[in-house]
Design a protein. Structure first.
Length: 228
């Protein structure tokens, strides 16, 4: 059996460390999402909210919760190379490998909640079949944009970690700035793509591809900054 590489060891340790909080977060999102989906069939709820809001509860809000929650948990609990190495002296990981591992951690975490989202959508379709068109168009488009958002935020957080922003309020200010910058950019990209005549699935793929380019560029810059 091959020994684990430092990157695999990092990911394994992070998984063990944050598994409980991530599972609790995803279960909470699943419960809330399913409740909102079932709410479409409850007259007391449909009489209060407009059709637009009911669609938001199923098509848009669960996407944001699923895509953002796990990465943000990891961002708040992330450490610098020096901090992590001091806490795990038995594992020697270079700064370049550490940068790669942290990017991989967030990249992979964006997919963890997708089964939860699909479960919510399946329940919503079973409750009200008419929502399937919105899910396969706007929902899929929002999902692609969500991947772009978190991958751009990853690049911003890990490159700006080397600035003074990371020292303000234990990095909380850095996270907020990066989140809002990513949100504004995502909304701009969505508006641009929304105006184009093409299938929503293709728009989602474009968002993801641009996000991939951004996160790769961010990884490249971060590894160079760690090397200095």
């Amino acid at each position: 059996m091959c020994a684990k590489t430092p990157i695999k060891s990092y990911l394994a340790i992070q998984l063990r460390t944050h598994r409980k909080s991530v599972v609790i977060a995803l279960i909470t999102i699943l419960i809330v999402g399913v409740a909102l989906a079932i709410g479409r069939a409850i007259p007391a709820i449909t009489n209060i909210f407009s059709e637009h809001m009911l669609n938001e509860f199923v098509v848009d809000i669960p996407v944001k919760l699923v895509i953002l929650t796990v990465p943000i948990i990891l961002f708040f609990k992330s450490k610098t190379h020096k901090e992590w190495q001091e806490a795990h002296q038995d594992i020697q990981i270079t700064k370049k490998d550490f940068a790669t591992a942290t990017y991989l951690e967030i990249f992979l975490s964006t997919f963890v909640g997708v089964p939860v989202l699909f479960t919510i959508w399946i329940v919503a379709v079973l409750v009200d079949h008419s929502i399937i068109e919105n899910i396969l168009t706007i929902g899929v488009f929002n999902l692609g944009a969500g991947f772009f958002l978190i991958w751009m935020m990853t690049a911003l957080v890990y490159t700006l970690r080397f600035t003074k922003l990371a020292k303000i309020n234990q990095g909380a200010v850095l996270l907020v700035i990066c989140l809002f910058a990513s949100l504004w950019t995502t909304m701009g990209l969505q508006s641009l793509l929304f105006s184009m005549e093409m299938p929503f699935a293709m728009k989602a793929v474009i968002c993801m591809l641009i996000g991939l380019v951004v996160i790769v560029i961010g990884w490249s810059i971060t590894t160079k900054l760690y090397a200095k």
